[in-house]
Design a protein around this ligand. Structure first.
Ligand code: C2E
Ligand code: MG
Ligand code: MG
Length: 270
């Protein structure tokens, strides 16, 4: 076991792990449609370790189950706190392949019941790679969906078997990988791909979310082609849970907010 894996095992019992939340925004109304919970690890010596670094370690050392339990507990607790303060906003949680176990739907339902959170407020994001090679995937995903949460396919376009998974699994939402979004201003091919993915998603009745727009030009293109939502630094960086309510209140997420009102990165960064 690498020392980082040992440290992560210890971190599971400490407060070094925490969530930040990044808003998803409707490109038609400019209103928030939800937030994605993103895990952070503040290592006592190394500082912030990125999730792309420590999630694979957790997967390889059998720690995904407790890690995801921790993430779900933290997200549901935060949802309860926001809700008590009149902010009822859905939270998306990332899952890895190792999470998709036969008892996951029941465990998730129990966690929601224990905190009186409606499972419909939660979306689970699965990458194409995570959905690959999971035994009984269709059965587990179908039972999970019946408990109430929405299912979203994350990083679409960069994995494999993507279209097969779209067809087989009960997804509600598709997130276009940032790789394509970041090139729409410079590459005609990227524009063609993003437009085709939006059309494909709509033909399958899926909500489509563009990941990672950073510039006005990217947002304008996405809006023009009918992409439903976006989640990127252009609108907001991920924000710590305690600070999110302030952002939510001050950055106008009310029904009458004029389009484009949420246009600048917030000062709180991940
Ligand atoms: P993801 O689920 O695709 O999350 C989106 C990532 O894009 C986040 O990186 C977010 O901070 C980043 N991002 C959003 N907008 C922009 C933008 O405009 N520009 C740029 N450059 N980046 C943007 P983050 O938080 O580092 O997470 C990386 C990945 O780690 C996530 O990708 C997800 O696959 C994984 N991850 C994060 N938290 C969890 C978790 O709780 N459980 C699991 N299993 N995986 C997680
Ligand atoms: Mg995600
Ligand atoms: Mg993604």
């Amino acid at each position: 076991m690498s020392s980082l894996a040992g440290d992560l095992r210890r971190a599971l019992k400490s407060d070094e792990l925490f969530l930040v939340y990044q808003p998803k925004v409707s490109l038609t109304t400019s209103r928030w449609t939800g937030v994605e919970a993103l895990l952070r690890w503040r290592h006592p010596e190394r500082g912030l370790v990125p999730p792309n670094h420590f999630i694979p370690i957790a997967e390889a050392s059998g720690m995904m189950r407790p890690l995801t339990e921790r993430v779900i507990d933290m997200a549901l607790d935060r949802w309860g706190e926001w809700n008590r303060r009149s902010c009822e906003i859905g939270i998306a949680i990332n899952l890895s392949a190792k999470d998709i176990e036969p008892d996951f739907p029941d465990r998730f339902e129990q966690a929601c019941l224990a905190r009186a959170v409606s499972p419909g407020m939660i979306t689970f994001e699965l990458t194409e790679t995570a959905t690959h090679d999971v035994t009984d995937l269709l059965d587990i995903a179908t039972r999970l969906r019946l408990k109430g949460p929405r299912l979203s396919i994350d990083d679409f376009g960069t994995g494999y078997s993507s279209v097969v998974q779209l067809h087989r699994l009960p997804f509600c939402e598709l997130k276009i990988d940032r790789l394509f979004v970041s090139e729409v201003e410079t590459s005609p091919e990227a524009r063609t791909i993003v437009r085709a993915i939006v059309n494909l998603a709509h033909a399958l009745d899926l909500t489509v979310v563009a990941e990672g727009p950073e510039t006005p030009g990217e947002v304008e293109f996405l809006t023009d082609i009918g992409c439903d939502q976006a989640q990127g630094y252009y609108f907001s960086r991920p924000v710590e849970g305690a600070a999110l309510l302030d952002v939510w209140r001050t950055r106008s997420l009310f029904p009458d907010a004029p389009a484009g009102e949420i246009g600048h990165a917030v000062s709180v960064s991940a």
